[in-house]
Design a protein around this ligand. Sequence first.
Ligand SMILES: NC(=O)c1ccc[n+]([C@@H]2O[C@H](COP(=O)([O-])OP(=O)(O)OC[C@H]3O[C@@H](n4cnc5c(N)ncnc54)[C@H](O)[C@@H]3O)[C@@H](O)[C@H]2O)c1
Length: 347
Amino acid sequence: MTRERIGVGVVGVGMMGRRHAENAARSIPEARLAAVFDADRALAGRVGREIDADACGSLEELLERSDVRVVVIASPRRFHAEQAIGALSRGKDVLLEKPMGLSLEECDRIIAAAKHGRSRLQIGFMRRYDSAYAEAKRLLSSGALGQALLVRAVHRDREETNLPASSGITEMMLESTIHDFDLSRFLLGDEIASVATTAAVLCHTRDAHGHAPNAALNSVRFAGGALADIETYWGAQYAYDVRTEVVCAEGTALVGQHPRSQLAVYTRDGATRDLFPGFLERFADAYRAELSDFVSGVAEHRPPAVSGLDGRAAVAAALAGVASYESGKAEAVATTASPPREPSPRR
Ligand SMILES: NC(=O)c1ccc[n+]([C@@H]2O[C@H](COP(=O)([O-])OP(=O)(O)OC[C@H]3O[C@@H](n4cnc5c(N)ncnc54)[C@H](O)[C@@H]3O)[C@@H](O)[C@H]2O)c1
C-alpha cells in the first residue's frame, strides 16, 4: 500500500533551510515539499520556483495550510522560539534547527507548546544521524569498549568571524560549539555538569584587533565523572574539519576527518587529499537522514529522536560556556531530567 506523503513547509530558506527544502522535495520519498516562507520574499519566490514549491507571503499563511504537516524552522535563532511556538500550538510537527532558543526560558516555552499542541518537536542535531557517529554510539552502548571516560572533539570551520569584540562568544557557543555539547552528551549518554571555557582571537590572516574570539577551548565535566575537551575554531584555511575521539576503559572510538573522496594526489609539491569544504558537504547524508527519520516518525507515531530536552540541555551548556568565558571560572550547568536517546534505526 502506498502511503500518502507528508507535506513539509520550510521557514527560512537561506543556506540551511534551502538544503532541507531540497531534501524534502527531491530525496525523501515519504515527504512532499508543499511550501516555503522567508522574510526575504524575493528569495522565497526564487527558491519556490527552483524547487517547485509555493512561496508563502507570511508565516501565518504557511501555518494555515492544511497540506503542511511538518514545519522545518531554519530562520535565524532569534526567531526560533516565536516561530516554533506558533507552529507547535497549531498542531504542526516541528523540526527546529539548533540552537533551540536563546535562553532556557525560551526552550521551556517551546517544550510546553509541543506538549500543549500534542505536537512532535525535534531539534536539528544532525550529527547524530551521521553514519560514523551513529556507529560509534552503537559501539559505546554495546559496552564493547568498556566505560567511556573522555571525549576529545575538534570543530574547525573555514569561516572567520567579523563580529565585534563586544559580542563575546555567544555566537560561537550557540552556533558551533553547541553541536559538540550535544554530541558528547549523546555519545556518553550523560548530562553535562559544568563547562570551563577559555577563548581568544587567533587570526593569522588579518588584524584581529576589536574582533570577537574565533577560537575556544572548552573543558567539560559530566555528571557521571567523564570529561570532554572541545575545541572550536573559526578560520581553518584548509577545510571544514570535524573530529571526535571517545576514550574508553578498553579502547577508543575515533570519528575522524573523512576525505571527501578516496582520491589522493601525489605531486612534486607533496600530497593532497580532497577534504570537505563545508558542513553541507560533510553532513549531506546526515541532513537527509534526519529529515527522513522525522517525517517517517510522524507517519509512524514514533517519538522524535532528538527531543526538546536535548535541545534545552545543549543550550544550557552553551550558555554556561558564555558565562565561564566572562567569569573566568567553571560554570555549573542545570541538568535535565531525561538522558539522551539514540535515534531509532533507519529503515
Ligand atoms: N544543523 C546544522 O548543521 C546547521 C548549519 C547551519 C545553520 N544551522 C542553523 O540554521 C539556522 C539558519 O542558519 P543559516 O546558516 O541557514 O542562515 P542564513 O542567514 O543563510 O539563512 C537564514 C534565512 O532566514 C531568513 N529569515 C530571516 N528572518 C526570518 C524570519 N523572521 N522568518 C523567516 N525567515 C527569516 C533570511 O532571509 C535567510 O534567508 C540557524 O539557526 C543556524 O544555527 C544549522
